[in-house]
Design a protein around this ligand. Structure first.
Ligand SMILES: [Zn+2]
Ligand SMILES: [Zn+2]
Length: 126
């Protein structure tokens, strides 16, 4: 089974993801803009059983637009958010696709919150 490794900037917080993500989603929402410091975030959703987490994480819990909370987990040393738990889908873990730093990672299959997309951003998904 394919294994992919994701980690924070300093490497203290790392994940091993086995198998393929259930979905990959590109999100233009303002929370993702603030979380990443970029103009959108990309999440790969894996079943919990596919993900092995090593190292310390600090959780920041916020309310998502869905009305359910999201717990964002970041490295207390370098601050990178590596994964988050959408309480709307408790069986899933969302991993920041950038944390894989893998140009061959599967492309997003959908984009959401397009109403918050920066006008110059062009993405090749619907
Ligand atoms: Zn770190
Ligand atoms: Zn978002």
């Amino acid at each position: 089974m394919k294994e992919r490794h994701a980690h924070c900037s300093c490497g203290s917080l790392s994940l091993i993801c086995s198998g393929e993500p259930a979905s990959v989603s590109l999100c233009h929402c303002r929370e993702c803009q603030r979380r990443t410091g970029s103009t959108y975030g990309i999440a790969a959703f894996f079943q919990r059983s596919q993900v092995k987490i090593s190292g310390q994480a600090t959780a920041y819990r916020r309310e998502a637009d869905s009305g359910f909370d999201v717990a964002q987990h970041f490295c207390p040393r370098c601050g990178s958010t590596v994964y988050w738990e959408p309480l709307r889908k408790p069986e899933m873990i969302a991993v920041a696709v950038g944390a894989f730093a893998d140009p061959d990672f599967p492309a997003p299959g959908k984009q959401v919150y397009v109403q918050h997309r920066h006008s110059w951003v062009a993405v090749p998904v619907d």
